[in-house]
Design a protein around this ligand. Structure first.
Ligand code: ZN
Ligand code: ZN
Length: 160
């Protein structure tokens, strides 16, 4: 699932107690913290690929920012705000982002995304509903866990 999200051998998705990271070569170009803050790092390489990885992550996780270049400088568009990206590292506060990330609520310890642990720290992107019980609220899953949950046959996409 992870290679499908951001293609290419140089890019990897990692997760730890801090949150979810998109690593490009040796730099974690995007970190989505558990509180929803997002940190962007150039690693000193202001290349199109770095910029592209950041924007891919923004799209993938619905983070509500966009990185663009103008007159040799980098800028982050967050809603109506344009923030200059001058240093190697910049953190966008969760409350500035359109959709603060909520962690995935998957608690299945045999889930293929986080086998052996019952918690997942990816940002949730989809809500699924149990088919075998009265489920009014649904459960928020990240892409990978949602796929796993759908494969289990116990969840459906929309509440009926
Ligand atoms: Zn998950
Ligand atoms: Zn899971």
């Amino acid at each position: 699932m992870q290679t499908r999200v951001v293609r290419g051998v140089a890019t990897a998705i990692e997760q730890d107690e801090q949150g979810t990271h998109v690593r490009y070569h040796s730099t974690r170009v995007v970190t989505i913290h558990l509180n929803g803050d997002v940190t962007l790092r150039t690693g000193g390489y202001r290349t199109n690929t770095t910029k592209c990885r950041m924007n891919q992550a923004a799209n993938q996780y619905g983070l509500g920012f966009h990185v663009y270049q103008q007159d040799f400088g980098w800028f982050i568009q967050v809603g109506k705000l344009q923030v200059p990206f001058i240093d190697r590292e910049l953190t966008i506060k969760a409350e500035m982002l359109r959709k603060p990330a909520c962690p995935c609520q998957c608690s299945d310890w045999i889930c293929s995304v986080h086998t052996g642990t019952s918690t997942c720290s990816h940002p949730a992107t989809r809500t699924l509903f149990r088919i075998d019980m009265e489920d009014q609220t649904g459960t928020a899953f990240c892409d990978g866990c949602a796929e796993d949950a759908m494969n289990s046959g116990l969840f459906r996409e929309a509440h009926q």
